[in-house]
Design a protein around this ligand. Structure first.
Ligand SMILES: Nc1ncnc2c1ncn2[C@@H]1O[C@H](COP(=O)(O)OP(=O)(O)OP(=O)(O)O)[C@@H](O)[C@H]1O
Length: 255
């Protein structure tokens, strides 16, 4: 039951027949088995699947954080596979934004300095109007001078969202962005990600275990055992949960 996601020339990110093998011999793990998927520009896609199904591996390969064993990854018009270290650094700097479960903010910098750090490393100046829009959207206007330790978890993750969005990257990759947040803060962060897609045309790819988080996406891609096995368009928490249950049932029947 392998599904290949339909072709779309507007893809912001694309995987073509991607395989990822960790280790060799007896310790070998095939984490991805011929994954082909497109992540359309200006859309919010969630990646779901059981633990160990390959979600993080796929996201890391898409973002150029991990090398594929076979197959091709493209971000916009850049073929990621085959880029050297310098090319990968440039890609990560210029074309992708990241949001991690652990926020990954620098503790000695203020919220504003954290948000602007990727741009200053790249030697780029922020677009002031866009910076103001991002700050207003995440609701951090009165917190810009605060250090991460002076902010709540939800506020820290909103700083991380602003940091990912301020350079207007081709794609924002979010790895369990609400995994460390209570449901109210999680809903705020997801609402903000949703707005950045709906109002500003951002492309987001998010790994999550949470059907409610996935329901903020336009589409959910389901992985099982390293393959795409299903997808849902305009998901609701109920349809996501149903699909997960079917996949768990199929996995149990297969064992
Ligand atoms: N660095 C590595 N070395 C060896 N095996 C790995 C490595 N990283 C991941 N794996 C294996 O690859 C498979 C897929 O892992 P991955 O982390 O992508 O799954 P996941 O769906 O993100 O899981 P989870 O939901 O638990 O985070 C698993 O069997 C995992 O043990």
């Amino acid at each position: 039951m392998t599904a290949t996601v339909a072709s779309d020339t507007q893809a912001a990110a694309r995987a073509r027949d991607v395989w990822k093998v960790y280790g060799t011999g007896e310790a070998q793990v095939v984490a991805l088995r011929g994954v082909s998927a497109e992540f359309e520009r200006g859309r919010f896609t969630a990646i779901m699947g059981p633990s160990g199904s390959g979600k993080s591996t796929l996201m890391h390969c898409l973002a150029g954080l991990d090398a594929v064993t076979r197959g091709t990854i493209e971000i916009g018009d850049t073929t990621v596979t085959g880029l050297g270290d310098a090319g990968l650094t440039k890609l990560r700097r210029d074309k992708v934004g990241f949001i991690f479960q652990q926020f990954n903010l620098l503790p000695t910098l203020s919220a504003k300095e954290n948000i602007l750090l990727p741009l200053s490393i790249a030697g780029r100046k922020p677009d002031q109007a866009w910076f103001d829009t991002v700050i207003a959207t995440v609701g951090l206007g009165d917190r810009l001078g605060h250090r991460p330790s002076q902010l709540s978890g939800g506020q820290q993750q909103r700083v991380a969202c602003a940091r990912a969005l301020v350079s207007r990257p081709e794609v924002v990759f979010a790895d369990e962005p609400t995994g460390n947040l209570d449901s109210r803060s999680g809903a705020e962060v997801l609402g903000f990600l949703r707005r950045s897609v709906a109002e500003y045309g951002q492309t987001i790819v998010m790994v999550t275990h949470d059907p409610v988080a996935a329901s903020y996406a336009d589409r959910v891609v389901f992985l099982a055992d390293g393959q795409i096995v299903s997808e849902l368009v305009e998901p609701t928490p109920e349809t996501v949960l149903d699909t997960m249950k079917k996949l768990d049932g199929a996995a149990e029947a297969g064992h």
